[in-house]
Design a protein. Structure first.
Lengths: 415, 415
């Protein structure tokens, strides 16, 4: 399968881009497109599409279900009771809505953690996206529950190979306060034996840190290093409440950190110490978290929030400039997942978007990256391609009406 | 002229909305629409449109021209040199682009301050919006300049009556560090004599406060009260660096305060003390500021940023809930400008928008206000009506292509 994008703008130059199978085969003027589906790139720019590095995709079903609440009330009275009522079919519909929303806002890959693995995997397969999926692992220090979760993990790892290789498998120990030390060690071993990433919430709240100090006399990152859990395959979300020493531990172990500015602000979790993290060399990417704490999956909003928050908390208008935000939202995430995408270069996986340069949010058009970070919204995105396949064209995703119709039924069910 | 919106959702109820001339004439099921232009409201909800309470609209021409810079470098090397090259015709084109962007994101009214009054007024008149326009008044303590600015103000006040009554006239003394004490007093008198609002930047940066303390031994708000400047006609933008006593002064004088979260964060101006302001009863609304410090004019982004910033800085996830943000972005702004709009009620000015409830960002749809504040973007807005006239339908604004084409020429001119 071939796609030829004719006369598209890349880095201020008009060029052609040829995609063969799932990779960029050639970039240059006047390419031969025989046998290719030709896309008219005139008036559009090609950019790498976004990699959303921390999601609970199916929580789209909880969008605006419970906002502006104290964390405990939010979880115990709203989120957990609703989650208890959702089965694999619900999760599938929620994930379809999430995929639709991500595609519409230029995201082609996400790093997810949620229940009902197959519900999500099926949605990702059908929607044509790329994803790293992990099943949430929670045992609440109960050995029976731990065994059950281990068996489920082994079973899912066997089964996930039925999906296309756009879908990767990761381990998803929820957090240090919901998973026992023994299970964390088991997860670490299983990941090492099978060369898998680990996706975990880490140092998200002050309570998590205080409880860890009380229990082990160590802060979360110190403790995880001590038990041998940390390594370059660990993707840690949030990671707000960290000392300089802990940042050093993250760097030493090659841990990948995902910044979630909207969620951290909405839940009042705390301020992410971006400048410290960056200056010490932590590998940083961006994620939206789930729709119950955001309430959308827009990486454009997330880039802007990351940059504005860094400027505010560091009292420095030069902190986290647009280019850095754009890299965090694209190539940094791809690298953290070990994926050969996130840049428009010959040989790379063909994940990209075409933005409409005549959209009013992108004019006059002095700096496209700045416009994408500080001004754009989903209306600027015309075409989205993932793994060499067109997922959206002219702002339209095939089958979108049915996805929305199904998702709207949850209003009646839960209101 | 009559418009009948049939079977539209308002507060979860399906109803008809009849607009006669420029006001909502009737709201209820089964209204008679004889002689009216009929809009199909099915699958849509009617909401008040946004009032953007602090803009420099024509700075759309500087969108993404200079980002991530130190304030001094930003102003002296980029913003001021470009401003010096812009004439009334340029300002007209910039304001047209701003109006287009505001209409597309559901805003029908804005409170502006910029050079070349007629360039902006002409754009607003043509685009059908409502606006309160002020010409920037700056004298840098130069008496000759002061006289010139006073004469210009008097001249513009005479001339502005040529525009439709959607356009109001305000005085725009830039700030206490750019306008002399004598001129501020003159502005105050002129406003009182002619019953006009005053639009001013106030306590935006720490430097402004420090300089005022050095010069007068008083903080800006203390000093403005002392010289008799403050009153219920004063609309103060930013107003970040304030003490409890100063908040008391604002309340006592009925000063209207405009929160500009994106700009305050992007320029690292500081954190707006929302909870203190609110608990003491300051009248609060929202504004985007200009596109050089935002970089867009989206009141949806501004609502989300205001809420998230308040939650973060007050360490409280219940701070600035969605309903409050929505009121700040609509009716509060209308009230501050003395306008009878901002609510969908019989007798009110017919300024409103229809949002598409089948947009993926608004599903499942548990709480529309929460969705508008935390999830929506411009793609959710289908129709915009201002002063009883349809400005956008099906997401399309008449003549939008020409506005964009003209604005794109500035890229070549300034890059």
């Amino acid at each position: 399968m071939k796609i030829l994008i004719k006369e598209v703008q890349q880095n201020e130059v008009i060029t052609d881009v040829l995609i063969k199978d799932n990779r960029f085969a050639a970039i240059g003027a006047g390419l031969d497109g025989s046998g290719a589906e030709v896309l008219d790139g005139r008036g559009k720019a090609i950019l790498p599409s976004f990699v959303n590095m921390h999601t609970h995709a199916s929580m789209t079903l909880m969008r605006s279900y419970a906002d502006d609440l104290d964390l405990h009330e939010w979880l115990t009275n709203y989120i957990w009771p609703m989650e208890a009522q959702l089965d694999e079919e619900d999760i599938y519909h929620g994930a379809r809505l999430a995929c639709l929303e991500m595609i519409k806002s230029g995201t082609t890959c996400f790093n997810d953690m949620y229940w009902h693995f197959h519900g999500i995997a099926r949605a990702v397969e059908e929607m044509g996206m790329r994803a790293m999926l992990s099943s949430v692992f929670i045992d609440f220090n109960d050995p029976a529950k731990a065994r059950e979760q281990q068996e489920l993990t082994e079973k899912l790892f066997d089964e996930f190979r039925q999906y296309p290789d756009r879908i990767g498998f990761a381990l998803g120990p929820h957090a240090i306060y919901t998973v026992s030390k023994e299970s964390l060690k088991w997860v670490g071993r299983f990941a090492e034996e099978n060369d898998l990433p680990i996706h975990i919430h880490l140092s998200e709240t002050r309570k998590e840190v205080d409880d860890c100090l009380t229990r082990y006399g160590l802060r979360p990152i110190q403790w995880l290093e001590k038990i041998g859990f940390l390594g370059p395959n660990v993707i840690a979300a949030h990671t707000i409440h960290v000392t300089d020493e802990e940042i050093g531990i993250l760097v030493r172990n090659g841990v990948k950190v995902v910044h979630n500015p909207a969620s951290n602000m909405k839940l009042a979790s705390g301020s992410f110490p971006f400048c410290k993290m960056q200056s010490k060399g932590v590998e940083l990417s961006l994620g939206t978290d789930g729709c119950s704490s955001n309430n959308n999956l827009s990486m454009m909003e997330e880039m802007k929030l990351a940059s504005l928050q860094a400027k505010l908390i560091h009292n420095d208008p030069t902190a986290l400039p647009a280019h850095t935000a754009f890299e965090m939202a694209t190539v940094n995430g791809a690298q953290a997942l070990g994926l050969d995408c996130g840049k428009i270069e010959e040989g790379k996986l063909a994940d990209c978007m075409l933005v409409d340069l005549s959209n009013h949010r992108l004019v006059p058009g002095y700096r496209l990256e700045d416009d994408m970070v500080y001004s754009a919204d989903s209306s600027c995105i015309d075409t989205v391609i993932c793994d060499g396949r067109i997922l959206m064209q002219g702002g339209y995703v095939e089958g979108e009406e049915a996805i929305v119709t199904e998702a709207r039924t949850y209003k009646k069910r839960f209101q």
